[in-house]
Design a protein around this ligand. Sequence first.
Ligand SMILES: [Zn+2]
Length: 149
Amino acid sequence: MMGRTHMLFGFLVGLFAIQALHPSNQILFIFLVVLGALLPDIDHPDSKIGSKVRIVGALFEHRGFFHSLFAVALFVIPFWIFTSRIYAYAILIGVLSHLLADMISHMGIMPFAPISRFKLRGFIKTNSIGENIILVVVFLLSIWKLVSL
Ligand SMILES: [Zn+2]
């Protein structure tokens, strides 16, 4: 999935999470959810985050370890230790939204990489008409959610 799809899907999921978790700083919360939604693509040298740290993309397989449940823990634990728990939840929700979105893509993800190459995958091709339809639907749902909060 493309960076903008992940950002917008993270944003939408974050809006629902705000309603459920009532964070005191909603702006920071949604920012961290969207950040979390971008983090797994650190393993892709041309992604928004991966282009800042190309070494990660050079060393790790795209949609390998950094798209696994182990990486979820790696991303969340520092926030769990060093910030308020609510912000660790924000990162968790963002990263999980990323994995969920990639899971419906044709390339899929390997939730237990590098231990197992077991794959969860769907049929949506990256930057295809299918993804762009999803992008528009997520955008419209975000607007609806934003005005109904
Ligand atoms: Zn990804």
